[in-house]
Design a protein around this ligand. Structure first.
Ligand SMILES: Nc1ncnc2c1ncn2[C@@H]1O[C@H](COP(=O)(O)OP(=O)(O)O)[C@@H](O)[C@H]1O
Ligand SMILES: [Mg+2]
Length: 270
């Protein structure tokens, strides 16, 4: 079990460890970048709040491959590699939010929209992400990201995140556990981008959302944990905005059975 910051940030670790203990699984918290860690000594290593990988992606993926060569890594290194760059949204069979991609050396080519969201493909917690009604500003932010050698994504701002809200569906061992209504992170009344974690409320997902989440996860059969983040287009159809298979906040305290569901899935995987 690895955390970027064993003392702060992640408020789910005690809950997870307690549920694992209840299921007969002895867990320990170890920083992923702890040079002293003996990964081979564990039956499995479960990636959790490694929220600092964003600036150190290559190092993080090297670490994942190294750990996987000596023990079981959950989720697997190949999944982490694919999932830490949002270009996966382009390659999935399931419907995803409309996105205009701007790669290194490319000019931004995108239509006139009411409002734009511009974000890098490698990010978390809405970092380096802007919302604007100004097309020039959207293009300039994309150009800035591209100048840094990053790939930019330009999307329509979907204001349903402020009404119905984004829905996150949590799956452990391929089974649905619980779903959360997320608070908007780019809304005018928010204090600004932040992880927005620990904020939301339990929600019963619609049948169309469950069906889409399961369609997405059918492409990832061997993951221990998954968070499928869905929004709706103006026509009401659900689409994927983000698939979190790396270091999702799991909203364990929002549903009484959530931590036990995770423990059961981990027990089955071991
Ligand atoms: N196109 C969009 N329309 C409305 N809100 C968005 C859009 N893109 C991102 N957001 C807001 O920003 C948050 C973070 O964006 P997301 O794509 O999930 O990336 P990450 O969580 O990796 O930073 C979302 O949860 C949502 O609140
Ligand atoms: Mg997100």
């Amino acid at each position: 079990m690895t955390f970027a910051d064993p003392d702060g940030g992640d408020d789910e670790k005690e809950l997870a460890l307690a549920a694992w203990a209840e299921a007969g699984i002895a867990g320990r918290i170890v920083r992923w970048d702890d040079p002293e860690a003996d990964w081979a000594a564990f039956d499995a290593v479960v990636v959790r709040s490694a929220w600092d990988y964003v600036d150190r992606r290559a190092e993080f993926l090297d670490w994942a491959r190294r750990v996987e060569s000596v023990t079981r890594l959950l989720n697997p290194a190949a999944v982490l590699e694919r999932n830490t760059d949002k270009t996966y949204l382009r390659d999935l069979k399931a419907p995803a939010i409309p996105t205009y991609w701007v790669g290194p050396g490319e000019e931004a080519d995108f239509p006139v929209l009411d409002e734009y969201v511009v974000k890098p493909t490698v990010s978390a917690g809405a970092r380096d992400t802007i919302r604007t009604g100004d097309r020039g500003e959207a293009g300039a932010h994309a150009a800035r990201l591209v100048a840094e050698g990053r790939t930019a994504m330009i999307q329509p701002y979907l204001d349903m995140v402020e009404t119905e809200g984004e829905t996150s569906l949590l799956y452990f061992g391929g089974r649905f556990s619980h779903a959360i209504r997320r608070n908007p992170m780019l809304a005018g009344n928010a204090t600004g981008p932040g992880r927005g974690n620990g904020h939301g409320e339990l929600r019963t997902p619609g049948g169309d959302q469950l069906a889409l989440a399961e369609q997405v996860l059918a492409e990832f059969p061997d993951v221990l944990y998954a968070r499928v983040d869905l929004v709706r287009l103006p026509d009401g159809s659900p689409v994927l905005i983000e698939l979190e298979l790396t270091e999702p906040y799991l909203f364990l305290r929002y549903a009484p059975e959530a931590a036990a569901n995770l423990a059961r899935a981990l027990g089955a995987a071991l």
